[in-house]
Design a protein. Structure first.
Ligand code: SF4
Length: 61
C-alpha cells in the first residue's frame, strides 16, 4: 500500500502516530509526520484509522 503524508497540510498533531506507530512518526525537528514503514499497513490494519482521524486530511492511502 502506498501511504502519503501531505507535508503542506500536516500540523504534527500526532494522531496518526498514536493510532498507528508502526507506520507514522512525528519528527519533532520539522513538526510533521513521516511515513516510516508503509509496508506495515498491510498487517497493522491501523492506516485507515489514521487517515480518518487526521484533522488536516493530510494522509492518502
Ligand atoms: S494526524 Fe494528520 S496532521 Fe496529525 S500528525 Fe498525522 S498527518 Fe499530521
Amino acid at each position: 500500500m502506498k501511504v502519503i503524508v501531505d507535508q503542506d497540510k500536516c500540523i504534527g498533531c500526532g494522531n496518526c502516530e498514536e493510532l498507528c506507530p508502526a507506520v507514522f512518526h512525528v519528527d519533532e525537528t520539522i513538526g510533521k509526520a513521516l511515513v516510516i514503514d508503509a509496508e506495515a499497513c498491510e498487517f497493522a490494519a491501523c492506516c485507515e484509522a489514521a487517515e480518518e482521524n487526521c484533522p488536516q486530511d493530510a494522509i492518502s492511502l
